[in-house]
Design a protein around this ligand. Sequence first.
Ligand SMILES: Cc1cc2nc3c(=O)[nH]c(=O)nc-3n(C[C@H](O)[C@H](O)[C@H](O)COP(=O)(O)OP(=O)(O)OC[C@H]3O[C@@H](n4cnc5c(N)ncnc54)[C@H](O)[C@@H]3O)c2cc1C
Length: 253
Amino acid sequence: MDVLKKVPVREQEAKVRATNFAEVCLGYDQEEAIEEAKRCINCKNAQCIKGCPVAIDIPAFIEQVKVGNIAEAYQVISESSALPAVCGRVCPQESQCEGKCIRGIKGEPVSIGKLERFVADWAMDNGIKPEGAKVKNGKKVAVIGSGPAGLTCAGDLAKMGYEVTIFEALHEPGGVLVYGIPEFRLPKPAVVAKEIENVRSLGVTIETDVVVGKSVTIDELLGEEGFSAVFIGSGAGLPKFMGIPGEQANGVF
Ligand SMILES: Cc1cc2nc3c(=O)[nH]c(=O)nc-3n(C[C@H](O)[C@H](O)[C@H](O)COP(=O)(O)OP(=O)(O)OC[C@H]3O[C@@H](n4cnc5c(N)ncnc54)[C@H](O)[C@@H]3O)c2cc1C
């Protein structure tokens, strides 16, 4: 094994993938994942954690992969992330966790994204769910939008014991994960839908076809609907113009 290089990940061959819309990257199997995990030197002052927007304890989950304890690796990840199968596929790891990996100075960084994806897929295949709150705190929070921001906020609050309802304008939850990122990069039923089910399994309710601001207002949510707080995760789907002269001119952004 060349410790300076990542264990290569299997992909559909170009000639085959040109004939279908299935996911191109096939991910690691357990043997490959363990081999790749062994490249992690378990830094005391782990820079990869600082590169992760949700600060997953990356060395801790990789340590569990090394010894084949994938269920525990999943629980370590899911303490910090509600969407590991999604993030293992579409996060820009090269500029985040892997961009900070010490192995990357002399060779290739540890393939943290592919390891995260392997662990999350293994957990799904083996029916393992994130651990929810043991005690509810009796408070209700409304989340507007079911994209990654809304799902993450809802999952974190549910783990803290809040009763969370997500209101989604469209007929299907997921935001850009569902209607923006293509199937060959992020499979919808096989990955996104299952990870949303995991958020539901924490006790989160998702109401679709509800346009907050039209079907119900924020004042109503905070008033008669009895929510203590509202998180707005409505994305950046529509541009907002300033209405000033020249804003449509070439080169003006
Ligand atoms: C084509 C494309 C490809 C991308 N690829 C990648 C990638 O590979 N990697 C990466 O990291 N990022 C990628 N991104 C960016 C990433 O998808 C976004 O940063 C992310 O989706 C933002 O999440 P969000 O939850 O803030 O918003 P969104 O995903 O936009 O979700 C917002 C949700 O709120 C709902 N909503 C809006 N208004 C209301 C309302 N009034 N009431 C109720 N619901 C409402 C919307 O219907 C939507 O479901 C890509 C984006 C696009 C467009």
